[in-house]
Design a protein around this ligand. Structure first.
Ligand code: UDP
Length: 236
């Protein structure tokens, strides 16, 4: 039997990935498939923390006339909606799950407490980090980098609609070339659309490796965790 190559991971699921083919909101089949895959890797003994995005519901930077901070707080709330949906899908599969929010909402989730999150992971619970960093002008990719550094995760798995990092947008350019390995400095210098520069710098400074892969193909999360080389590997 294949053994996982990681002990503790951060799985970043973008809002877009949760929307499936619909492009907006939460697609039930997609969230069920993701929950099933998380259950599988959890059963293989990996400690799993998840950071969810919110772009399937709201993105602060797309709101033209609004005050940016207000729009960003709306985006952070969107991530909480996604987190609760994922918690529900996981608990339907008997996976014990805790949601921790960076902005307190004690009636629906725990506040983010680093030591408590680590304790949940050690006890085999999946921890979902919602509400981003709790600060406007940041992203959930930056949240993934920050939480990975805080809880000492070995890697960030960046689950995307596209199956890796390309030299141009593969949805627009059929000749786009996929990278199998990259360094963070290349991502910054070439301006590759992997993560925003804040998230990229944080990963680079803290030497947190990143694997970018496609979520649409069932079983991909398990493949990555078992060490099958799919997607793009980025190291510091
Ligand atoms: N957001 C924020 N601070 C954070 C994380 C997120 O203000 O620390 C807001 C921001 O408006 C962002 C939205 O939440 O556009 C949704 O997050 P993101 O765009 O990272 O989600 P994804 O693209 O992964 O779906």
């Amino acid at each position: 039997m294949q053994k996982p190559i990681f002990k503790r991971i951060i799985l970043k699921i973008s809002g877009e990935a949760l929307a499936g083919k619909k492009g907006f909101g939460i697609d039930p089949d997609t969230i069920n498939s993701i929950a099933h895959q998380i259950m599988e890797i959890r059963q293989s003994g990996v400690e799993v923390a998840v950071v969810v995005g919110g772009g399937n519901i709201w993105r602060g930077r797309s709101s033209k006339d609004m005050d940016r901070a207000t729009a960003d707080y709306m985006g952070m709330l969107a991530t909480v909606i996604n987190a609760l949906a994922l918690q529900d899908a996981l608990e339907k599969r008997d996976v014990p799950t805790r949601v921790q929010t960076a902005i307190e909402m004690r009636q629906i989730a725990e506040p983010y407490i680093r030591r408590k999150a680590i304790r949940h992971l050690e006890k085999g619970r999946v921890v979902i980090f919602a509400g981003g960093t709790g600060n406007p002008f940041f992203s959930t990719d930056t949240t993934a980098a920050l939480r990975a550094a805080e809880i000492d995760a070995e890697v960030i798995l960046l689950a995307k609609r596209v199956d890796g990092v390309y030299d141009s947008d593969p949805e627009k350019n059929p000749d786009a070339k996929k990278f199998s390995d990259l360094e963070y400095i290349d991502v910054l210098n070439k301006g590759l659309g992997v993560m925003d520069s804040t998230a990229t710098s944080l990963c680079m400074d803290n030497k947190i490796p990143l694997i970018v892969f496609g979520i649409n193909e069932e079983g991909n999360i398990k493949k990555v965790v078992m060490g099958d080389k799919i997607g793009t590997y980025v190291k510091g």
